[in-house]
Design a protein. Sequence first.
Length: 167
Amino acid sequence: MGAMGQVRRVAVAMGVVAVFSLTALPAWASSSPATHRAAVTTRTKAAGHCHHAHKSCPHSTGSVTGTDGGLTVTFSASETGRTVNFAIAWTETKAYGAVGPEVLSFGDGNSEGFGTPEYCLVTPMAQSGSRQISYTYGSAGSYTAAVTVGANCTPDRLTLTVPVSIS
């Protein structure tokens, strides 16, 4: 058996470790650049009025969607008083590894990092997921929250921002 046959045997015996070999990963040549589409931002006021003295009511929401290569991300925020519920949803058409948010910056100097496993696959597969994060701001003001979502072993990485106004 030639050298290539030996590499294949090692890949089966060692699993993910051999996947990091350059011969096992697809090439991302400049002939197929990532497709970039402008992010679309929407901001809406909550419908109706809230007259319940003991309940907090959502005041407004903001949402943005963007794409990078096969990665599509939607980032939205829904405000209730000084607490904001952030929603991050993603899909990747050809994921060669784990996909998910890397960091969420709240725009007030605080941020939250996320642990996404790092691995690469020989054969890509479609992946999707979502994450909800609730955050309470210390004071009223206007903030710009940002999230970065990436797909391992691909150049697909996207940072989206959404405005947050706390009254």
